[in-house]
Design a protein around this ligand. Sequence first.
Ligand code: ADP
Ligand code: TYD
Length: 198
Amino acid sequence: MSLFIAFEGIDGCGKSTQARVLAEKLKEFGKDVVLTREPGATKVGKVIREMLFTTEIDPVTEVFLFASDRSSHINEVISPSLDAGKTVITDRYLLSSVVYQGIGKDVGKDFVLNVNNPITKNFVPDLTIILDMPVDIALKRVQNANRFEKYDLQERVREGFLDEASKNPEKVKVINGNQSISRVSEDILNLVLSGGNV
Ligand code: ADP
Ligand code: TYD
């Protein structure tokens, strides 16, 4: 049975690390796992990613660029993998656009959802894992900060993620990211196993 898991959280909270660890653990359980990320999982996505990190872009344009990246990501990676019964683990997905552009940069959550809905409506993660931790600690972990990694934005983003989780507690879970890598991965594995999909 296919399974779709998204990792979310502020920059530097440990998503890439934990997505990798979970992928390895689920492979040990015999799952066929595809580990992927946004932005930049596809050929066009890599071009979009380069643009996003090297150019000053207004937040509304960002919404469309992230949505374009997501559209190619779904068409080329997520949809075929789920159709083949695989487990897809993505490092960031729609909630990042809702929270960074919609809330953090004030574009508005409805705007972001309206742009993304035609693309994502049939591809809703079974489980979204938010790694939560204080911004100052997470930013200390980040090397070569990109233009998204500003303290004030990250504070708004952190609150945005927690708020979204509280609105959808069934499918969006918060894990304390401010623990050792092994403690965090233990919490995540317990959460995934308790969902009954593995
Ligand atoms: P993200 O993908 O959320 O930006 P990463 O997984 O890339 O975060 O982690 C950012 C940095 O912090 C990396 O150098 C990583 O090795 C380190 N790191 C990840 N998790 C932890 C942790 N629990 N404790 C300490 N350092 C961590
Ligand atoms: P990345 O280097 O992948 O950072 P991280 O390791 O924190 O995931 O950079 C992705 C950046 O893009 C990150 O700052 C969050 C931002 N982002 C958005 O603003 N909106 C989105 O929809 C997505 C997917 C990412």
